[in-house]
Design a protein around this ligand. Structure first.
Ligand SMILES: [Cu+2]
Length: 388
């Protein structure tokens, strides 16, 4: 039995390495200048290490063969202490450490360099989700899926709303702790952590909270969507526009029966021939979903154009466009939204959102369990999924 264990083990190992596929959180496929710098350092050191390893192996092989024991070999010469060799094996490693330290320190400074002009995005860690704010773009806010333009320097200004998290998207570079902001003496700046980089490729890049922050730390993912400047600008515009209620003509006519001045015939005619197209009639499900949202969810969540009061939970504007919900945990679809809204804590232990069975939030802001029927949950889910 014993004799087959080693070959079998080696075969297993070979098969495992053959499974190498696409690793979305790999740090050895950089897509920004920052990640390139770190990767360059890694590759340089790797090849020097290989050179040293090869040298050691050659010397080892030579010694093994040359000084192997033969039946008639005499007792080898006995040596006690050798000053030359001791100096050599002290200076050798010291030189290697210096050789590694020089490019490392250069890389540290290179990646800390503040770009002259950059798009500042505020990254805020929460248990267990990420908030992204665009202070230079009217303070627009989104959650869990960060959009940035390709080719423009981006400066992430990172902090936390509760405990320490760490923002890490390996292909973009990083990682940086998201620390709770402390009060600082007057005249001093708040102590943010920063990452500056310029994305060189469009695509979706995955990341992960990299500092243990509680029950669902491992379920606190990050997606970064790098897009062209035009796509990014369009997305920002859509985010700003949000999802305002569109008043339909029948609703407008209903309103007149409630004591509002009735539009005169010419006014109506003008409306019909006006340049602006009448907004499409709103689906009754949308209206009901929005009302359920306003009654049950808007204390914590905001949707631009609907209600912007809720700031302690992810902003849900354009939610239907997102590829995932709950910080990358579930694929975004109506069934998963239903599952999440009914029982978030079964999906994500410790999630600070109420469900149908229990209260939620973070003390002192605690919200009662939802008083919703399963049909109503589906109506809200459909409504959220329609926000595109
Ligand atoms: Cu975490």
């Amino acid at each position: 039995m014993k004799s087959v264990r080693l070959p079998l083990g080696l075969l297993g190992l070979a098969l495992l390495t053959a499974c190498a596929g696409e690793y979305p959180q790999s740090s050895i496929s950089p897509t920004t200048d920052f990640a390139d710098t770190i990767h360059g350092l890694y590759v340089t050191i790797f090849w020097w290490t290989m050179l040293i390893l090869t040298g050691v192996w050659i010397v080892l092989a030579y010694i093994l063969v040359k000084f192997r024991e033969r039946p008639d070999s005499p007792k080898p010469k006995q040596i006690h202490g050798h000053l030359g060799m001791e100096i050599a094996w002290t200076i050798g490693p010291a030189l290697i450490v210096v050789a590694i330290a020089i490019p490392t320190i250069q890389a540290v400074f290179a990646t800390q360099e503040v770009p002259e002009e950059s798009l500042v995005v505020e990254v805020i860690g929460h248990q267990y989700w990420w908030e992204f704010r665009y202070p230079e773009n009217g303070g627009l806010v989104t959650a869990n899926e960060l959009h940035i333009p390709m080719g423009t320097p981006v400066s992430l200004r990172i902090h936390s709303d509760d405990v320490i998290h760490s923002f890490w998207v390996p292909q973009l570079g990083g990682k940086r702790d998201a620390n709770p902001l402390r009060q600082v003496p007057e005249g001093q700046d708040l102590k943010y952590n920063w990452i500056h980089f310029t994305a060189q490729e469009t695509g979706t890049f995955m990341g992960q909270c990299a500092e243990f922050c509680g029950d669902s730390h491992s379920l606190m993912g990050i997606r970064v969507i790098v897009e062209t400047q035009e796509e990014f600008d369009a997305w920002l515009g859509d985010l700003a526009a949000g999802h305002p209620q569109t008043v339909t003509q029948s609703q407008a006519l209903n309103a007149t029966t409630e004591g509002l001045p009735a539009p005169t015939a010419p006014a109506l005619a003008q409306e019909e021939t006006g340049q602006e197209e009448a907004p499409p009639a709103e689906d009754p499900g949308t209206v009901e979903g929005r009302n359920l949202f306003l009654a049950n969810c808007s204390a914590c969540h905001a949707i631009n154009g609907v209600s912007e009061a809720g700031v302690i939970a992810p902003n849900l504007t354009l939610l239907g466009r997102r590829s995932s919900i709950a910080a990358g945990l579930l694929e975004n679809n109506v069934d998963n939204l239903v599952r999440w809204i009914g029982d978030p804590q079964s999906v994500k232990p410790g999630a600070l959102m109420p469900g149908l069975e229990y209260q939620g939030g973070r003390p002192p802001v605690v919200w009662p369990a939802f008083n919703l029927t399963p049909d109503q949950v589906r109506t809200v889910a459909n409504y959220l999924y329609s926000l595109r």
